[in-house]
Design a protein around this ligand. Structure first.
Ligand code: MG
Length: 304
């Protein structure tokens, strides 16, 4: 399933929907009619566990497009929010997780040319998250080096504490797209939370594709354009530490909970690694995507 959080009206706080063709099916409304208790919120749905995914997919399949009156709306007529508009804890980011990006970073930033021996984990507060279409804030008083990083995001489905690599993938609910926006001139003694943690620095969405529909998350094209010009294109097969390693490593000491998000790192082609270096400025339009999931389009807007 492709799951979204969407607004029915401009002021509402978001409802759980499934994309079927060019429609959004409201799962809570549908459940009221079919007699299945389905929640209206993405995190509540993830909390129900893998059985709820199977059950809901079966309900949608049985209906075969004949959705009860009032439960389906044209996707074009609704506003999407981020699939999880506010995560329960900080988004986990993984730095230097594609070999070519390690090389370009070592040339232009303060990182080592040596490949990391264990995942480089940092975090982004929940207030970084914005939806497809929302503006990335450019505050010229805070940064003159705002950079892009397209990433595959893995969403945790079930509580993971000290899990092995073999067990890890069972804990994945699904996948999405995230931009790890980074103000390169705000790295402070190796600490990245200000650089990567400012408001609007995590465009996220447009949907979560459940894990059953992406049997191999390590063979997906990902790409990013600025003002229509391609800046990044790679494949998740080039990740240095794959998702089972990331989950095993983080969960060794930090409990991963339903709805937690791991942004799995970016490939080469970031602005800092280009010659000459390039940054994002107000008026720019960033588009990116991951194969099989969808695309994000976010304008850069003057703020502050
Ligand atoms: Mg990143």
């Amino acid at each position: 399933m492709k799951l979204v959080t969407y607004r029915k009206h401009p002021a509402d706080s978001g409802h759980l929907g499934a994309i079927v063709g060019d429609l959004v099916v409201d799962l809570e409304e549908l459940g009221m009619i079919t007699g299945d208790a389905l929640p209206g919120d993405m995190l509540d749905f993830i909390d129900l566990g893998p059985q709820a995914v199977e059950q809901t997919a079966a309900i949608l399949e049985d209906l075969d497009g004949a959705f009860p009156l009032g439960t389906a709306r044209p996707l074009a007529n609704v506003t999407l929010l981020a699939p999880i508009p506010r995560t329960r804890k900080n988004v986990f980011g993984i730095g230097l997780n594609y070999v070519e990006h390690v090389n370009e970073s070592a040339k232009s930033l303060d990182t080592s040319i040596e490949l990391p021996k264990q995942p480089v984990v940092f975090s982004k507060p929940p207030t970084t998250i914005i939806a497809d279409g929302d503006p990335i804030r450019h505050d010229g008083a805070l940064t003159q080096q705002l950079d892009w990083e397209v990433e595959l995001a893995a969403i945790i489905g079930t509580r993971a504490r000290h899990v092995s690599e073999d067990e890890a993938m069972r804990h994945v609910f699904g996948y999405s797209v995230m931009v790890d926006v980074s103000a390169r001139d705000n790295r402070r003694a190796g600490q990245w939370i200000v650089s990567k943690g400012m408001d609007s620095y995590a465009p996220f969405g447009p949907c979560i594709v459940t894990a059953d529909e992406i049997p191999d998350p390590h063979n997906l094209e990902l790409w990013l354009t600025k003002n229509g010009e391609e800046k990044q294109r790679s494949n998740t097969k080039n990740m240095l530490f794959k998702i089972p390693t990331l989950i095993s490593d983080i969960s060794a000491g930090i409990t991963l909970e339903p709805g937690d998000v791991i942004a799995t790192g970016t490939p080469e082609g970031v602005g800092a690694g280009r010659d000459p270096q390039e940054w994002m400025w107000p008026g720019d339009l960033i588009r990116c995507g991951v194969e099989g999931i969808g695309t994000l389009t976010n304008p850069v807007v003057r703020a502050g």
